[in-house]
Design a binder for this molecule. Structure first.
Ligand code: PAF
Length: 281
């Protein structure tokens, strides 16, 4: 039975009670619209902890005024049902006023891995993410929190936030869940038409080809230029970025250390992101 918790005080009381019983508690922060990718995060949490809390909160502070906050899918009853089936012990579903009471005036801004990539196109996004994630981690005080590698820059920003603020929580990055053709699961896939879905499915193959080329010694700039052109040729309208970076720090890529190729590309009204690993030579 998934207990639904709406207030910070009730969340604290529940987690403290579990911890007093010697149970390890994991938090899976989400914005709802749950799909197989989110459920894999709860599975990773339940593999590593005795109790799992999933939060469902569409965080207004990580959307720019021009972005899709109002049309972001909201389906609480469906989400709670999925969490119940997944064996999640509690769902934290606060209202906006519970998270940002009147007069709220604090923003957390993480440097390092938030530079470039998403920030070049969504300049305030990670301030919104870092602020809400810091609040959730302080409110729930879990032993462990699970984030998806799909949002790889977000994962690096959250790890840096926890290190820099000495938050006593382990962050686990769970692998991306993909459909059989490699498309990363995302709430935004719901916006794609059948024809766009076919195009979207080509993105991961192009990234993997670029990663393999880098691993084989190909020139970085030429590989990224070729990947950008292949994404456009596949049918995407624009490519915000396709770049190789180092793992974790997201510093400029170096061949002798492990890295990632990260992409954001637009297809119709939908913006998709993805990333793949590049192993060191
Ligand atoms: O990845 C998301 O769904 C969100 O950015 C998060 C981590 C739940 C913060 O609102």
């Amino acid at each position: 039975m998934t207990v639904v918790i709406e207030s910070v005080s009730a969340l604290r009381a529940q987690v403290q009670a579990w911890r007093a019983d010697g149970l390890k508690v994991a938090l899976v922060p989400t914005m709802g619209a749950l799909h197989e990718g989110h459920i894999s995060l709860t599975r990773a949490a339940l593999d590593r902890a005795d109790r799992c809390v999933a939060s469902i909160f569409v965080n207004p502070r990580q959307f720019a005024p021009t972005e899709d906050l109002d049309k972001y899918p909201r389906q609480l009853a469906f989400d709670l049902d999925k969490l119940e089936q997944a064996g999640v012990h509690a769902a934290f579903t606060p209202g906006v006023d519970e998270v940002y009471p009147e007069g709220f005036a604090t923003t957390i801004s993480v440097g390092g891995p938030s530079a470039g990539l998403e920030t070049d196109f969504r300049p305030t996004h990670f301030d919104g993410v870092a602020t809400v994630v810091a609040k959730l981690l302080i409110q729930a005080a879990p032993d462990l929190a699970v984030f998806g590698e799909k949002d790889y820059q977000q994962l690096c920003v959250v790890k840096k936030l926890c290190r820099d603020l000495n938050l006593p929580v382990e962050i686990f990055g769970a692998p991306t869940v993909r459909d059989p053709e490699g498309l990363a699961m995302s709430s935004r896939n719901a916006y794609l038409s059948p024809a766009e879905l076919e195009v979207a499915r080509k993105l991961n193959k192009i990234l993997r080809k670029a990663a393999t080329a880098l691993e084989g010694g190909a020139d970085e700039a030429a590989t990224m230029t070729a990947a950008r052109q292949e994404i456009l040729d596949a049918g995407f309208d624009t490519v915000d970025y396709v770049e190789a970076r180092q793992t974790d720090t997201l510093a400029p890529w170096r061949r002798d250390t492990s890295g990632r190729v990260l992409v954001a590309a637009r297809l119709g009204k939908t913006r998709l992101i993805d990333n793949v690993e590049v192993t060191a030579r």
